[in-house]
Structure formats: C-alpha cells, structure tokens
Design a protein around this ligand. Structure first.
Ligand code: NAD
Ligand code: IPM
Ligand code: MN
Length: 367
C-alpha cells in the first residue's frame, strides 16, 4: 500500500508553546509509526519571538509555509504585559500574527470542545453531581468577524478628550457560513443547538437570529434553543450538561470558551480547530501562559488534543484521533495529573509536561 504523506506547518509560538508542542510532536511521531502515514514537519517562526528575530510576528516565510502545507499546528503566542508593550501595537503577536493567520486561511469556524467524562469529574471545581454523566460540549465560535476585525478609530475630540471607536460588524454571509457549520455539527450529534446571542441589545444579534431562522429551515431535525449570552454564562456553571453544540459570535466565544476551561478544571484541557472552506489550523484555546513557561509544568493536553482534531478534520484519520483522546484520558484514569489540575486536590500523582507526553505515547503504543 502506498504510504500517505502530509506536510504540516509547525508554529511553536511563545511562552509554553515550544514545551507543549514538543509533546504534541512526540505523539505525531507515534502516529506515523502506527499508521501508514508520514508527516513532513515544516517549522516556521510565529509570534513575539518571530517579531524579535525577523521584524514581524507572522513573517513572509511563515506565510509561504502556510501555502504549501496540508495543515498548521500552532502553539500559543504572546508575552506578559510588561514585555508586550515593548512591541508596537500592530506588531504584537495577537493582532500581528493570530488574526492575520485566521484571515489568511479564512477559518471562520472555531471548534472548541469542552469535555470532561464522568470518570474525571474530580478534575473539575464543580461538584460531581453538576458534572453528572459528564460534560461534552462543542462551542462553535465565529472567528473572522465582530469587534475583532471591525474598523477602529482612535482619536481626540475637540476638547482634547481621547476616545476610541471599535466597530462590531457582521454581514449575513459571515453569519450564515458559521451557522451552517454549527447546524452540520449538531446533525451529527444530539441535534440540539444552543444559539448564544444578545439580541435584547445588539443589532448584530438581531441579524444573526434572522439568518439563523433561514438556515434552520434546512435543518428541521435540529432543535434550536435561544439563550442570551449573559444567562448562558450562568447556565454553564449551574447545568453544563444541558449543552451539546453552542454557536456564537467571535467575542462571546472567546470569553465563554475560557469559561469552559474553568468548568473542566484548566485551560490546559482546551484544544481547538480553526476551520473554513479550505485549509485549517489547530491551536490550544489558551494563551502562552508566561506565568508557568519554562518550568515543565504546563499541561500539553490542549496541544496534543489539537493534533487529534487535525487528524480528524484535515487528515481523514478519525480512528487514530479517537485513540489519542482515549490515551490522554487513560493517563488521568491511571491517577496522574499535571499541576494545573492538581489544584483540585484530587490526590493524583503530579507529573510534568514531558512525563505526561511520555505516558500518552506509551498508552498509544499499547493500543
Ligand atoms: P493564558 O491562557 O496564557 O493563561 C491563563 C491561565 O491559565 C494562567 O494561569 C496559565 O498558567 C494557565 N494555563 C494556560 N494554559 C495552560 C496549560 N496548557 N497548562 C497549564 N496551565 C495553563 O492567558 P493570559 O495569561 O491572559 O495570556 C497570556 C498571553 O497569551 C497574552 O499575551 C495573550 O494575549 C496570549 N494569548 C494567546 C492566545 C493564542 O495564541 N491563541 C490565546 C489566548 C491568549
Ligand atoms: C483565543 C485568544 C485570541 C482571541 C487572541 C490571542 C487573538 O484569546 O484564541 O482565544 O482573542 O481570539
Ligand atoms: Mn481567548
């Protein structure tokens, strides 16, 4: 049988990025050995380090890599505030690299799973009875619109008072495409879609909901539940098990997905997939965690989970993706945890970033 071969862009990023990427690449290596596949890894500079080395956080050579690879694995980027302000605002990696990467690939739908099986309820700060039979949510976050990409004006009025205007803009095409992604996902799951919005205030949500009504006609089997975003924040804490697929605009999704990390015990459990109509890229939902960088204590689950999402969505290897999830959950079930999750005082044995990666690799090899 002819061996399949894929080119993967590797953007390790800043802070804990290189540490957790190292573990993700260990897993990718094992996948290569287990499946009839080879990965050609093309590393490229991206983030604050790229700015200091090449004068741009998303340099031309890295854009060129995007164009030749089948998918990109991206680590988190960013610096602590005191360091970030040494970089011109437009060159800071969040604005200068992450948003341009999203625009470059037109990844309008960001899938952020918030998953904690009942057997791992002890990792969550929520009571076991709130976790019930387990949390299994996918938040679908619109990724290319709203305040993130709207027009911005910074100025002073006639009295010398400084002001800023940031525009929340959506058109119906942007709204429709992400809603179709969410309905399609709901069709393959429980056929319940929570639509998160703020139509009691925002006109953008009014248009969003109008478009949703149109799209919903093509999905009569899907039950739509409307929920205001502020109420959704509370419902997530009190009864997370009511949710299956949630869809929302960009900024709502940024905030609620980090809350999702809190629900299951750590942002370190939050991978994500950024998907459009063409190529996709995969990144943890969290940031570069400068507070713990370089100490071998970051949780690599989010980065390894991003590998699993890449295998499923971009490389047609969903069976192996499932094995990776099972291997990671198996490490927790064996009573091991990284320090972020040990905060719940579960009594688990605390292991470092590399040891977690090694255990995932061992589990996978044993499958
Ligand atoms: P953060 O997500 O980096 O960290 C928040 C908290 O979560 C910290 O206490 C951190 O230690 C912890 N944490 C995050 N990931 C973890 C992991 N894998 N294992 C264990 N603990 C983990 O958020 P922040 O501190 O507000 O931001 C730091 C930098 O990251 C900022 O520059 C921000 O802009 C940037 N950022 C980048 C991305 C991205 O690249 N997509 C996403 C979010 C934030
Ligand atoms: C995320 C991050 C990014 C966002 C930043 C780094 C641009 O917080 O992926 O959640 O706000 O989208
Ligand atoms: Mn965020």
């Amino acid at each position: 049988m002819k061996q399949k071969s894929y080119k993967i862009g590797i953007f390790s990023g800043d802070g804990i990025g290189p540490e957790i990427m190292k573990e993700a690449l260990k897993v990718l290596k094992v996948v290569e050995q287990r499946c009839a596949v080879t990965f050609e890894l093309i590393e490229a500079p991206f983030g604050a380090a790229a700015y200091f080395d090449y004068g741009h956080p998303f340099p031309e050579q890295s854009r060129a890599v995007c164009d030749v690879v089948d998918a990109v694995l991206k680590g988190p980027v960013g610096l602590v505030h005191s360091e970030a302000i040494k970089i011109p605002v437009d060159m800071q990696p969040e604005r200068g690299a992450v948003l341009p990467l999203r625009a470059h690939y037109n990844t309008y739908a960001n899938f952020r799973p918030v998953v904690l099986p009942q057997s791992l309820a002890h990792l969550s700060p929520l009571k076991a009875e709130v976790i019930g039979e387990g949390i299994d949510i996918i938040m679908v976050r619109e990724l290319l619109g709203g305040l993130y990409f709207g027009k911005k004006v910074v100025g002073k009025d006639n009295n010398g008072v400084r002001y800023v205007e940031e525009t929340l803009r959506y058109d119906e095409i942007q709204i429709r495409q992400v809603l179709i992604s969410a309905f399609d996902l709901a069709m393959g799951r429980k056929r319940v879609l929570h639509n998160i919005h703020k139509s009691n205030i925002l006109q953008s949500s009014v248009l969003w909901n109008e478009v949703l009504d149109e799209v919903a006609q093509d999905y009569p089997e899907v039950k739509v539940v409307h929920m205001l975003v502020d109420a959704a924040a509370t419902h997530l804490c009190l009864k997370p098990t009511q949710f299956d697929v949630m869809v929302m605009e960009n900024m709502f999704g940024d905030i609620l997905s980090d809350q999702g990390g809190g629900l299951i015990g750590s942002l370190g459990l939050m991978p994500s997939a950024c998907i459009g109509d063409g190529k996709a890229y995969y990144e943890p939902s969290h940031g570069s965690a400068p507070d713990i960088a370089g100490q071998n204590i970051a949780n690599p689950y989010s980065m390894i989970g991003s590998v699993a999402m890449m295998l499923e969505h971009s490389l047609d290897m969903s069976a192996e993706a499932k094995n990776i999830w099972a291997a990671m959950q198996g490490v927790f079930s064996d009573g091991y945890t990284t320090p972020d999750l040990a905060a719940q005082k579960s009594g688990d044995k605390v292991i470092g970033t590399d040891a977690f990666g090694d255990r995932v690799v061992a589990k996978l090899k044993a499958m």
